[in-house]
Design a binder for this molecule. Structure first.
Ligand SMILES: Cc1cc2nc3c(=O)[nH]c(=O)nc-3n(C[C@H](O)[C@H](O)[C@H](O)COP(=O)(O)OP(=O)(O)OC[C@H]3O[C@@H](n4cnc5c(N)ncnc54)[C@H](O)[C@@H]3O)c2cc1C
Length: 360
C-alpha cells in the first residue's frame, strides 16, 4: 500500500510527486503512456503567462511563486541527474500589444522590470528582426525552460529517490467504499493508497467518480514547429499576438502555437505548419531559406477562467485534483505542486486556496 498515488505523469504529477517525496512518503505515479509525453512534452516552456496583465490574480499568484523557484529547481535537477533542463533568462519582447499602458502599470505594480523600446532601439538591439513600425515592450526577467529535458531530469530524480512508476498503465477507474477511494483499477491489477491525486491533465474529468464535483476541463490543441540551429544571435523570446518564437540554448527556434477545439484529437495539420512557418519567416528574414525540422501537437487542459483546480474533491475523504492549468501549466507547476501538498498535509498554504477549488 502506498501513502500517495498520483494518476498522471505530466509535469504537474511529477512535481507533486517531488514535493511529496520530501516528506519521506511512499509514492507511486501511474501513467498511461510513458511519463510526460502529452501536454507537457508539447509545451514551449515560457516561464510567464504570455501577457500576465490579461490574467486574473490567482493565475499570476501561482506563476509568480513558481518563477522564484524555477532557476534553483533547474540547477538542483541538473546537479542530481546530469540532465540540464535549460533554464534560460532569455527575456521577452512583446510586439503589437494594444494595451501598453495596462502592461506598464501591471509590471510596475508587480515589480517586474519592463522597458518600452522605440522602433530605432528595436532595430539596433534586435537586428535580426524585420523592421518594426511600432514601439514594443521588453520584459528582461522572463525565462524559458526546455520541457522535455525538465521531464527527463525529473523522472530520473524521482526514480533515484524511491518513487515507484507504473508506466504504460492506464488508471481505468477509482474504486469506492463509503465516500472513500479504496483502490485504482489498472488493466491487470489494483493499487491501494491512503490518498489519491488526479493529475491527468485534459483527461482528468473522465476519471472522477460519479458523485464527485466535476471540474470544467476540456482539451485545447496547440501545434508547434521547430527550426534547426541557425546563426541568429539575439536570444530573446518574441511574442506577437498569440504567436511566439522561443530560442533554445543550442540555437534551435521553437515557434507556436495554435488554439484548436478538436476534442482529444492531437494530430498535426499542414495548414498550421504553413501558418507558423510563415509567421516565423516574416519576423526573422534569416529563416526564409530554412525548413522547420519538427512539428508536433499537444492537448492543453483548459479551464474556462484559466485558473487550475488544486483542491480536495468532495465528497470523497481521500481524493484530490491538480489539473486544468491550460496555457500556463509549465510556469505554474512548482507552486501548484506546493499548494497541493500543503493541502494534503493540512499545512498553512502560501496563498489563499479558495480560488483554486472546483466550486468558485
Ligand atoms: C503547444 C503547447 C504549448 C504550451 N506552452 C506552454 C508554455 O510555454 N508555458 C506554460 O506554462 N505552459 C504551456 N503549455 C501548457 C502546458 O503544457 C500544460 O498546462 C501542462 O503541461 C499541463 O500539465 P499536466 O501534467 O497537467 O498535463 P499533461 O502533461 O497532459 O499530463 C497528464 C498526464 O496524465 C496521463 N493520463 C491521463 N489519463 C490517465 C489515466 N487514466 N491513467 C494514467 N495516466 C493518465 C496522460 O497520459 C499525461 O501524461 C503549452 C501547451 C501546449 C499544448
Amino acid at each position: 500500500m502506498f501513502d500517495f498515488l498520483i494518476i498522471g505523469g505530466g509535469l504537474i504529477g511529477l512535481l507533486t510527486a517531488k514535493e511529496l517525496q520530501k516528506t519521506g512518503a511512499n509514492i507511486a505515479v501511474i501513467e498511461k503512456n510513458s511519463p510526460g509525453k502529452q501536454a507537457t512534452w508539447a509545451a514551449g516552456g515560457i516561464l510567464s503567462p504570455m501577457r500576465p496583465w490579461y490574467y486574473s490574480e490567482p493565475v499570476n499568484a501561482i506563476s509568480s511563486i513558481s518563477q522564484s523557484i524555477y532557476q534553483q529547481l533547474s540547477i538542483e535537477l541538473r546537479d542530481e541527474t546530469g540532465i540540464d533542463p535549460e533554464w534560460l533568462p532569455s527575456g521577452m519582447l512583446v510586439l503589437h500589444d494594444n494595451e501598453m499602458t495596462q502592461a506598464i502599470e501591471w509590471c510596475e505594480q508587480h515589480h517586474s522590470p519592463i522597458k518600452v523600446l522605440t522602433t530605432e532601439e528595436l532595430k539596433t538591439q534586435f537586428n535580426h528582426l524585420t523592421p518594426q513600425k511600432k514601439s514594443a515592450i521588453y520584459r528582461p526577467d522572463v525565462a524559458t525552460i526546455r520541457p522535455h529535458k525538465l521531464l527527463a531530469a525529473l523522472n530520473q530524480f524521482l526514480a533515484n529517490n524511491g518513487v515507484t512508476f507504473y508506466n504504460d498503465q492506464e488508471a481505468q477507474k477509482l474504486n469506492i467504499n463509503n465516500q472513500a477511494i479504496t483502490s485504482v483499477q489498472l488493466e491487470e491489477t489494483t493499487l491501494n493508497a491512503g490518498e489519491y491525486i488526479v493529475c491527468s491533465g485534459a483527461w482528468s474529468p473522465n476519471l472522477l467518480p460519479e458523485l464527485a464535483e466535476k471540474p470544467n476541463i476540456t482539451p485545447v490543441k496547440g501545434q508547434m514547429i521547430c527550426f534547426p540551429p541557425t546563426a541568429i544571435a539575439n536570444k530573446s523570446m518574441v511574442m506577437d499576438g498569440n504567436r511566439y518564437i522561443i530560442p533554445r540554448k543550442d540555437g534551435r527556434m521553437v515557434v507556436g502555437s495554435t488554439r484548436e477545439q478538436t476534442g482529444f484529437d492531437a494530430s498535426t495539420t499542414q495548414s498550421a505548419f504553413k501558418a507558423l512557418k510563415e509567421f516565423a519567416q516574416q519576423l526573422y528574414p534569416a529563416l526564409s531559406h530554412v525548413e522547420p525540422d519538427a512539428h508536433w501537437a499537444g492537448l492543453r487542459p483548459a479551464s474556462p477562467d484559466s485558473i487550475p483546480y488544486i483542491c480536495r474533491v468532495e465528497p470523497y475523504k481521500n481524493l484530490s485534483l491538480n489539473a486544468g492549468h491550460y496555457r500556463n501549466g509549465i510556469v505554474t507547476a512548482p507552486a501548484s505542486a506546493e499548494l497541493m501538498v500543503d493541502l494534503l498535509l493540512n499545512k498553512n498554504t502560501k496563498i489563499d486556496p479558495k480560488p483554486y477549488e472546483i466550486k468558485r
